[in-house]
Design a protein around this ligand. Structure first.
Ligand SMILES: NC(=O)c1ccc[n+]([C@@H]2O[C@H](COP(=O)([O-])OP(=O)(O)OC[C@H]3O[C@@H](n4cnc5c(N)ncnc54)[C@H](OP(=O)(O)O)[C@@H]3O)[C@@H](O)[C@H]2O)c1
Length: 263
């Protein structure tokens, strides 16, 4: 192409965008849709102020989704706000907080809910028994996703074909537990896995696809500096898994590389 041709083409493109901003917006939307099936759709990520939740928010926002990221302290969630996500307050252990969060969303359809907020239980070292430790971890890791999902069910059903992704862990696999340890955490994720199965079966007719996922061992505050995976790698893998979900996948326990995991 000669330089005159190039100049002419650039002029036409510029004039086209100027004369038809609607066309330019439609092209932007098409390009975003190529990046993710959730482009232009609402994606809710809990515990999105740091770690894996922040990376989910970052990647979905970059892919053109309308991201709602939650934080217990929204004013301090500056990294999350910088992704362009809408930041809402949510403590998954608090019924009033969950109700206020659902109110803030109103009747907005939610196409993807990522129940990511979680705790290892390390912060509960003052627990006086194993049962108390497990109860406190289950409040966050098991009853948290349950509270949030039940509160948002009308929004999920309204989206027609919504996905619920419960961020579990390989440590929640009963079959895989030959080494013990991680008191409370293992039980919380095993119970979360059962909740994913219940959701999948109970809301199949309403088009809800529900899965549990394992992000792998990742370098976050929870995973520590020695973990082999970066948040970018783990969430990049999980996003590919989520992009490809079909109703037939509902009720599965999937690894960040797409492999099916033993319960
Ligand atoms: N990192 C790993 O290697 C790994 C491996 C397997 C599974 N996972 C799972 O992946 C998820 C994210 O882990 P992560 O590594 O990103 O952990 P993280 O760095 O410790 O971040 C945990 C997030 O959960 C939030 N959170 C904790 N309790 C909450 C509550 N009651 N209400 C609302 N939010 C709460 C935290 O908010 P605050 O900042 O307010 O505390 C924070 O945003 C968890 O479910 C975890 O079990 C992680």
């Amino acid at each position: 192409m000669t330089s005159r041709h190039l100049l002419f083409t650039a002029l036409l493109v510029t004039l086209g965008a100027w004369a038809s901003p609607g066309l330019a917006a439609a092209q932007d939307a098409d390009e975003a849709a190529e990046r993710s099936r959730f482009a232009g759709r609402t994606v809710v990520v809990t515990g999105a102020n740091r770690g894996l939740g922040l990376e989910f928010a970052r990647q979905y926002a970059a892919a053109g989704a309308r991201v709602v990221g939650t934080a217990r302290d929204p004013e301090a969630a500056t990294d999350l706000a910088a992704t362009g996500a809408r930041v809402l307050r949510l403590d998954v252990t608090d019924d009033d907080s969950v109700a206020a969060f659902a109110d803030a969303l109103g009747d907005e359809p939610v196409h993807l809910l990522i129940n990511n907020a979680g705790t290892s239980g390390r912060g509960f070292s003052d627990a006086t028994s194993r049962a108390e430790l497990a109860r406190r971890v289950l409040e966050v890791n098991t009853f948290g996703p349950m509270r949030v999902t039940e509160a948002l069910l009308p929004n999920l059903v309204a989206a027609r074909g919504a996905c619920v992704v419960n961020v579990s862990s390989r440590l929640g696999s009963i079959a895989d537990n030959t080494s013990g340890g991680y008191a409370g955490y293992r039980e919380s994720k095993a119970a979360l896995n059962m909740y994913s199965r219940c959701l999948a079966a109970d809301h199949r007719d309403e088009g809800v696809v529900a899965i549990s996922v394992s992000p792998g061992w990742v370098r976050t505050d929870m995973g520590g500096p020695d973990a082999p995976l970066s948040p970018e790698e783990s969430i990049g893998g999980l996003r590919a898994v989520i992009e490809g979900l079909t109703p037939e996948d509902s009720g599965k326990f999937l690894n960040h590389d797409g492999a099916e995991l033993d319960w």
